[in-house]
Design a protein around this ligand. Structure first.
Ligand code: ADP
Length: 262
């Protein structure tokens, strides 16, 4: 039985960032969340993210009655009672906001996932690309590095693009060479960045059919909302983005913590 004043927590330790979400036990309301870089010490990142989320929520540690960890580093959270796969948690978190049949596209730091979810929130099927950085957040980080820019500036620059260009190669290493050639040809930086965003989208479109309603999540869309607009244009339909798109896995983990307790 859940009580007012009690909370559940989900911690998603991704390869790039660690996310925590805290929900109220009686109403599932999100009361706190946090995103920190995973860095080299996943356990430390999980502890920091948990602490930050508790502070944001104004909740005492002892009021959190269940913790589920998920993500690439889910085994590095010794204070979690249970572990769940990121596919299960993403499905759960997205179904919370869109309780119907949906296709989830998650663009993360080092992998992309496409998860087909049933009306009841179950997993129909999924595809995950974890073998190479092409089309992931790491690809965009490499491009930003090549252009000497922080990733946080990509969104604003992409919005200044006036010309469509196509980057032919997907491979991060080859793309670096291609970008150098474009710069030499006088192609503007905003056009190169938008071209890189389009390259991410093309890579995802090749992974699996995006049927029905499509929900976009992950750190890339959280920081570059223009990708959702570009996706929508390419697919010719509306794309849904949940609140806190980087934290849907952590939210799903928090909701799972509650279910496992009841
Ligand atoms: P994971 O779950 O695999 O750790 P995330 O879903 O958190 O990954 O996404 C990480 C990606 O989000 C990074 O590779 C980067 O492209 C993007 N990102 C993260 N923080 C920022 C930021 N401050 N500005 C722009 N992009 C960011």
């Amino acid at each position: 039985m859940t009580m007012a004043g009690e909370y559940y927590c989900g911690i998603d330790v991704g390869s790039a960032s660690t996310k925590t979400v805290i929900v109220g036990a009686d109403d599932n309301e999100v009361v706190g969340h946090s995103v920190v870089r995973s860095g080299m010490d996943f356990e430390e990142a999980a502890r920091k993210s948990f602490k930050d989320a508790l502070a944001e929520a104004g909740v005492e540690r002892c009021s959190v009655v269940g913790i589920v960890s998920t993500g690439y580093g889910r085994r590095n959270v010794p204070f979690a009672q249970h572990r769940k796969t990121e596919i299960t948690c993403h499905a759960r978190g997205c179904h919370f906001y869109f309780p119907r049949r949906i296709t989830v596209v998650d663009i993360g730091g080092q992998d992309n996932k496409i998860i087909h979810i049933t009306e009841t929130g179950g997993r129909d099927s999924f595809k995950m690309n974890r073998k190479c950085a092409a089309g992931t957040g790491a690809f965009l980080e490499e491009i930003a590095g090549r252009l000497g820019l922080p990733v946080s500036e990509l969104e604003e620059l992409a919005r200044q693009s006036t010309r469509e260009i196509t980057l032919g190669s997907f491979c991060t290493v080859f793309t670096q060479t291609e970008i150098l050639a474009k710069i030499r040809q006088g192609v503007k930086v905003p056009d190169i960045i938008k071209g890189a965003f389009n390259s991410v989208i093309t890579r995802i479109l090749e992974m699996d059919p995006l049927d029905g309603e499509v929900v976009l999540t992950g750190g890339v869309v959280a920081h570059n909302p223009i990708i959702a607009e570009m996706f929508s244009k390419r697919l010719g339909k509306e794309i849904l983005v949940p609140p806190m798109p980087q934290c849907t896995g952590a939210l799903g983990a928090a909701l799972s913590a509650k279910e496992m307790d009841s």
